[in-house]
Design a protein around this ligand. Structure first.
Ligand code: OGA
Ligand code: MN
Length: 378
């Protein structure tokens, strides 16, 4: 077959990436591991958690269920990889999604739009976009709001996409709420000393993908990398230590948390596709408002908060997925290299779709790739 010939010589990861990204014909998702469906998959294992490491009260303050209620999984052959299937308390996913859309894109945090817009223009993406988003009719081709053009936000030590490094000269306070959440999750997974120092937030729509990469810019690989998902689902590909190793496909749904640590800290991975939540609803039900009785008091104030804001978030999330990744950059006893440029330069190509964020064609380029695939012979 022509398609097979074209694919010859391509590595297994690229092939599967393209397979799941394909529009016509759509891929078969039945081989995608779904941790939310009490998998019979032989690779899925129960993962032990450190149940006594965080109190129910501390978990609650972060918007999480008591640790003994979490459903945590591992994967045979991937030591250090952990997957926690939506451990959030009712109502709290909304809080985190709103932080990603309304609060974290604000200055002094950095976003892709800053690379070709003035600070005044990007000062309040939320205010500038809310009316446009609110009035957006489904299925109609309309100009994109700034919020819809948002691709990434960096927090704490701001990742430099060009040098692929973090720098002590470009640090702003890491959001305390997200640091708290991350440190609770890390502790429950056995990483008591984890410090949330850098965040990369990714904003995806149904036509977005994240290229094959390894996160190796941090300086201490003994520290885990945490990843949180909200909104629509993703197909996540977890590969091996070599770029060519065939990856394992899995779904990440709203509320799911992934931890890459130990021998899985430096594995290749990618997100070839965003898919509508499997419940077939506009918004996954775990993002619905909670009932009043099961409240954790610390969260009650957030949950009561602005219904208008939520309507904007909901509109956005109908077509989108937000992913927060949290990293510790500097290990205990480590410091940044003194010399500028003296640090380690990653030799892989992380974030291929972010590679040149200064160019607006990025969006078009990705669109073109989809179109090219559509035009490919079956
Ligand atoms: C990342 C990353 C994956 C995701 O930001 O490094 O791999 O699930 N994100 O969006
Ligand atoms: Mn990554």
């Amino acid at each position: 077959m022509a398609a097979c010939l074209l694919e010859q010589g391509e590595d297994a990861f690229r092939r599967l990436f393209k397979y799941y990204k394909r529009r016509k014909p759509p891929p078969d998702f039945s081989g995608v591991v779904d941790f939310s469906r009490a998998e019979k998959n032989l690779k899925v294992l129960k993962a032990p958690l450190n149940v006594s490491s965080i109190s129910d009260q501390d978990a609650c303050k972060a918007g999480l269920q008591p640790v003994h209620k979490w459903k945590a999984y591992g994967l045979d052959g991937y030591p250090g990889f952990m997957f926690i299937s939506d451990p959030f308390l009712p109502g709290w996913q909304r809080y985190w999604a709103k932080q990603c859309l309304k609060t974290y894109p604000q200055k002094p945090n950095v976003c892709n739009l800053d690379l070709h817009m003035s600070p005044e223009e990007t000062a309040d993406l939320w205010e500038q976009s809310r009316e446009q988003l609110r009035l957006k009719a489904p299925g109609k081709r309309e100009a994109k709001s700034l919020l819809e053009k948002l691709r990434w936000v960096t927090l704490g030590y701001h990742y430099n996409w060009e040098t692929k490094k973090y720098s002590p000269d470009h640090y702003t306070t890491f959001p305390i709420d997200l640091a708290y959440l991350s440190e609770q999750v890390a502790a429950a997974c056995g990483f008591q000393q984890f410090k949330a120092e850098a965040g990369i937030l990714n904003y995806y729509h149904f036509d977005s993908s994240l290229g094959i990469h390894v996160d190796e810019s941090e300086m201490d690989y003994s520290k885990p990398l945490l990843s949180f998902s909200f909104g629509q689902s993703a197909v996540f590909l977890l590969g091996g230590q070599k770029r060519q190793d065939p990856p394992l496909p899995m779904f990440m749904h709203s509320g799911d948390i992934m931890i890459m640590s130990g021998r899985s800290r430096l594995l290749y991975h990618a997100v070839p596709r965003i898919v509508p939540n499997l419940e077939g609803r506009a918004i996954p039900s775990c993002l619905e408002p909670m009932t009043t009785s099961d409240s954790c008091s610390a969260g009650a104030s957030f949950r009561q908060s602005d219904q208008g804001d939520w309507e904007i978030c909901a509109k956005y999330l109908q077509n989108s997925r937000v992913n927060m990744t949290v990293r510790q950059v500097v290990g205990v006893g480590q410091s940044f290299p003194v010399e500028p440029g003296g640090g380690k330069i990653a030799d892989s190509q992380p974030y291929s779709y972010h590679q040149d964020p200064s160019k607006e064609e990025n969006e078009h380029k990705r669109q073109k790739i989809v179109n090219e695939e559509v035009a490919e012979p079956p």
